[in-house]
Design a protein around this ligand. Structure first.
Ligand code: HEC
Ligand code: HEC
Length: 473
């Protein structure tokens, strides 16, 4: 009984062994597509059948047990350029072996024995291209290490930020910090500052129990920032997440370990009770690409440069784009370089900011990759914000203005909100950038057109997504 079961397993295993390497191989090198997939599988099946017949004939029908194995093996040894790659063999403890599967071009590796089983339930796709939003649900932001030690109730909002990628690289800065060194092309600020242009999408309430439930624009790289009552970052996500239209994704907190599941026995959260919310605007400017030059410099112009003109007080907060950085191909203002405590990397080299300065600090783009503790850096740690709150120099900034300065710091001090802003590009540089930007726009248009045609091709009933919970998008 057990014997026959084992034989069954072995047969299944072998069938899968043929498919697994084939799939793995496909994933490995897509430039090397099989010309005849069906033929390839048929060939493998034929070989499998042959081996079975030989085994039967030779009365060689042992099951896999403690003394028998399936192995990957290449009899002539393996080195690059060798015509014979790995095959899958049966082998026993005496070293006897028999070739089961081989291909002259494709290595067959990692045989795995599988038991026959029912095909698992396949959840149908929830993507609906007639929509343009997705939904995030967060169970409890205080769960996990991201907000370790932070008192429940501290977080009032999540800020949702989109990363906007450059079309091409023109100019560069170098960053260096605990995470190592790296070059950023078409820089948006000094070295160690934000890597990309940031688009402020909006905010959503985090309820007292740490939950949130909100709609976001689909197909955009987004990240989340946990904000306190003054809109200052307590913890931030440094990677991003993207939803396809109509997708719903949930997380526990900020973060749970990625191998854990939602907290068992958790009460229905307040956010779940209240339902899905649209995002609220960050401030009176709503959704926009964040530009220090457009949003922060005017505050300094109104309040600070009467003293901070570089003469009365040596630290200039003036806003002319007069510092030309040849390596980064950008122009900077005095104020931006003063507040980021930037210095050139060397004579004629790009400016690099000091992300750890007590006056203005931020999470360096080259910070260590492991999880950072809450309140690691940013507006909550920067003395400048305290100064502004205390009315430094007789100034009276509104809470909204101070929140904007915090926003700038917590977006990791970008200077510009568009890759073309404050550039020092030659005509050649501009043409180069425009060419790639145009290609990107064309690709987007083609994609839009494909989506439009796809939607048109759908059955008139419009029901693309059977069996899915309706979130009322
Ligand atoms: C403000 C805290 C915070 C919140 C809230 C948060 N995250 Fe994250 N997220 C992080 C951190 C921290 C990381 C790890 C990488 C890093 O340090 O940025 C991360 C990483 C990720 C990653 C990348 C994982 C990987 O392995 O590369 C995804 C995807 C993600 N989060 C999705 C979500 C989703 C979905 C939610 C809930 C709607 C969420 N996050 C809420 C802080 C947060
Ligand atoms: C009435 C004059 C005056 C005004 C207006 C003023 N400051 Fe100052 N600021 C000073 C003086 C004097 C110092 C040096 C003493 C100190 O650190 O407080 C200073 C110091 C600073 C420092 C620390 C400089 C360093 O070298 O570390 C910062 C940052 C700063 N100011 C920012 C601002 C900002 C931003 C504004 C506008 C919102 C502003 N100041 C408005 C007079 C002024």
């Amino acid at each position: 009984m057990i014997r026959s079961k084992l034989i069954k397993w072995l047969k299944w295993g072998l069938a899968c062994c043929m498919l697994v390497p084939f799939l793995a191989w496909q994933a490995k090198d897509t430039s090397f597509q099989p010309t005849d997939t069906k033929g390839f599988i048929a060939e493998m099946q034929k070989q499998f059948a042959e081996v079975q017949t030989i085994k039967k004939k030779e009365n060689h029908r042992e099951e896999l047990n403690e003394t028998e194995f399936l192995i990957s093996y290449t009899p002539l040894g393996y080195h690059i350029g060798h015509p014979m790659e790995f095959g899958i063999y049966w082998m026993n403890a005496n070293g006897e072996r028999e070739l089961l599967v081989a291909d002259s071009k494709i290595s067959c590796n990692q045989p795995i024995l599988l038991a026959p089983r029912k095909r698992p339930f396949h959840r149908s796709s929830s993507v609906d291209y007639t929509k343009n939003e997705g939904v995030y649900y967060m169970q409890n932001i205080y769960e996990g290490n991201g907000l370790k030690g932070v008192a429940p109730g501290t977080i009032k909002q999540l800020r949702i930020v989109e990363i906007q990628f450059r079309a091409a690289g023109v100019g560069e800065v170098n960053g260096n910090d605990e995470g190592g060194g790296a070059l950023a092309s078409s820089p948006v600020g000094v070295g160690n500052a934000a890597w990309d242009v940031k688009r402020v999408i909006g905010v959503t309430d985090v309820y007292p129990d740490g939950s949130a439930f909100f709609k976001v624009p689909a197909r955009r790289p987004l990240y989340f920032q946990a904000l306190d009552e003054k809109g200052r970052v307590v913890q931030t996500m440094r990677s991003w997440s993207t939803l396809q239209p109509n997708e719903v994704q949930s997380c526990v907190g900020c973060h749970e370990h990625k191998n854990t599941v939602p907290v068992a026995g958790h009460r229905v959260s307040m956010a779940m009770d209240k339902g899905i919310k649209a995002l609220a605007p960050e401030d009176e400017m709503g959704e926009r690409n964040f530009s220090y030059l457009k949003e922060i410099q005017p505050i300094w112009d109104r309040n600070c440069i009467s003293c901070h003109d570089g003469v009365k007080h040596p630290m200039s907060l003036k806003g002319e784009l007069k510092v030309v950085d040849k390596q980064s191909k950008r122009k900077y203002t005095d104020s931006y370089l003063s507040l980021t405590h930037a210095r050139p990397d060397g004579p004629g080299r790009a400016w690099r900011g000091d992300a750890h300065h007590p006056e203005v600090n931020w999470i360096s783009a080259l910070s260590q990759p492991t999880l950072l503790p809450p309140y690691f850096a940013g507006s909550n740690k920067s003395n400048l914000i305290k100064r502004l709150e205390e009315g430094h120099g007789g100034t009276k900034l509104t809470p909204q203005e101070i929140r904007k300065v915090s926003l700038w710091i917590d977006l990791l001090v970008p200077q510009i909100g568009d890759y073309r802003e404050a550039n020092n590009w030659s005509d050649h540089d501009r043409e180069f950038y425009d060419r790639y930007d145009k290609k990107r726009k064309q690709a987007r248009m083609e994609e839009q057109e494909n989506i439009r045609q796809y939607i048109q091709s759908l059955p008139a009933s419009g029901s693309i997504i059977p069996n899915l919970p309706c979130w009322g998008l």
